[in-house]
Design a protein around this ligand. Sequence first.
Ligand SMILES: Cc1cc2nc3c(=O)[nH]c(=O)nc-3n(C[C@H](O)[C@H](O)[C@H](O)COP(=O)(O)O)c2cc1C
Length: 430
Amino acid sequence: MTVYAKGVVFEGVDFDNPNHWRLEEYVKRGGYAALKKILNEKITQDEIIAEMKTSALRGRGGAGFPTGLKWSFMPRNFPGQKYLVCNTDEGEPGTFKDLDIIVSNPHALIEGMIIGGYAMGITVGYNYIHGEVFEAYERFEEALEEARAAGFLGDNILGTDFCFQLHAHHGYGAYICGEETALLESLEGKKGQPRFKPPFPASYGLYGKPTTINNTETFASVPYIIREGGQKFLELGKPNNGGTKLFSVSGHVNRPGNYEIPLGTPFSELLEMCGGMRGGKKLKAVIPGGSSAPVLPADIMMQCTMDYDSIAKAGSMLGSGAVIVMDETVCMVSALERLSYFYHEESCGQCTPCREGTGWLYRIVHRIAHGEGRPEDLDLLASIGDNIAGRTICALGDAAVFPVRGMLKHFRSEFEYMIEHKTRQFAALS
Ligand SMILES: Cc1cc2nc3c(=O)[nH]c(=O)nc-3n(C[C@H](O)[C@H](O)[C@H](O)COP(=O)(O)O)c2cc1C
């Protein structure tokens, strides 16, 4: 699925070689050198965390929280077991990069987690993998076996007294299980529902013990940072937006796929890399960071660079880096109907505003899309959204509201047209 890799996660991967994911190939392209470096040179935990902070790596799971800062929250001298958890749930529609990592370069993730374990004094880790993907899970298990057999993982790593056990966990397959505390509940064998925060996982995580959770791509970026230095990683991107990032591009482009490019790359360049718009059609809009990110119209998007700050300034979110491209033929009422249905289906039902509100949003958009909209519906959508966002235990409620707000802000006239004329301006999505 990776069609263009010019970044740290897929650095040097020869996708034409069927063994590109194996340990031997990973080592040939510099793999496990970072782990050897910290063990041979006895680099301290503080030094690693400082390097992570310098890199300005921001969590690739959606929120963009600085990874070095998160790692510094882990209580170093806690007397009991602590845990490191990787989030490979990847349920956000449009996102398909993490799966690509565990299939095509699993050792980058494994090495990143081992380094994370070392830096935070953690000896046990889990990788929670989305429940609907079987081959990727098996591939990751095979890579774990290779790492154990080579002495990179397990007891007394590379002859030192550092031990780190890493296990794969086949998850459930629900969107909510990607939310970090729902993931922990699911990992404990319970129903995947988010926990109240605080306490945050750093103090009360898996089995009630201090836990650090990061996204797959976040961990897979760590070996490069430790091998080459945080400053070099930072300079690949732009200030406050260090490094390269994977963008899963889908929709109306000629070459959809994963593109690993420097943060700060103009969107127009990314679009060009994707072979431009399919069928030579005009760009209408882009959802720049996964289905929960507010949509941006073409003229705004063409002015943006692909990084957290630029997209936030334009009124959306870089999120997980899933770029959904829509051409001039797309009916926005139809697009929002589909998005709203997803959040209605995936709400875990724990919080009333989300459980009831996501269904209400969907039913209103559905009736507009079927020519039964009422003039007051658009204000009603906005008001329901205001009563969901920020009033739930986790951010799924916000995720359901942001697409509605984005559509009403930029494409309100399409909704008004449909309510008034009882017919679409553009054909429904097939
Ligand atoms: C409803 C919901 C779904 C989420 N799904 C994912 C997911 O599939 N993968 C992921 O890494 N983060 C997901 N997140 C974000 C995680 O809660 C968490 O912030 C992230 O795993 C932290 O890793 P990072 O700091 O490396 O980004 C989700 C959040 C919410 C609210």
